[in-house]
Design a binder for this molecule. Sequence first.
Ligand code: SF4
Length: 309
Amino acid sequence: MASADSPVEMRAMRAYSIAMANPSKRWPENTTGDFFVDRSCIDCDQCREIAPGTFDDCPGHARVQRQPDSAQLLSRALMALVTCPVGAIGTKAKHDLNTVVDNFPEQLDDNVFFCGFASKNSFGASSYLIVRPEGNVLMDSPRFAARLVRKIEQLGGVRWMFLSHVDDMADQTKFRRHFQCERIIHRDEVSSSIQDIEMQLAGTDPIRLASDLLAIPTVGHTLGHMVLHYKNRFLFTGDHLWWSPEKQTLRASSRYCWYSWKQQIESMERLLDYPFEWVLPGHGHRHHLSAKNMREHLAKCISWMRQTV
Ligand code: SF4
């Protein structure tokens, strides 16, 4: 097990650990050695994206396909362990997690960061932080882990919390309370339990939040789903669109479309008007290409989606 011996380390562990993987419940498909995935895995895909050199896919769950054999691979595997929303990744040896915890939020490009620390309440969805002089934006909600919160404080806190849709809200109330940020969601996502959310957008037209930030309603996965377009370079897509490493192109899913696949296709077509280089989803992989290439993949995705109806 990754472990903490000193009181300081134990407090640090409590700050980001919600469960410990159980060696007696390790999947037999794991390769032998230090790291393993146990049967509590919910197949959220975080470990495969963060540490593809160590983790890969089995039907219905992740597994360790190769033990990390370099400092770089070990660091990535431990970052996956910290991010795992259900504590399904364990180790036989003791590792100091403090160094990898401080890798989050992880800078992706420019002033955009991946938060790590996925929450089981959003089924392990990814969340992101945009650091801006005019005020930072938290895109969907990570786990409210003390060490992550402290790092976000050091990066300037949170002014706005943009919620793509209700599935990926996780610890949004704790972030609201701590940072006094204004939360943004589409009105069509609001139920009685979240009717106090500060900014409730309406309609299907894009809404300019700031000169560099555009909220784009994308009906489909849910009625009030929205994506966030930033600096004409970054598209934070929630559960609307993602990169598929298997298909090597952009993809959406009719299987995981809870409202209207037909309207999701129409929403996707409208995104052709907005250039982006990065697709940054809640579920599925993030990816970076030139804006021209990304648009070609988006058109290809739309063409594929049309063939499915
Ligand atoms: S991060 Fe955890 S829950 Fe998600 S696929 Fe990996 S082991 Fe499973």
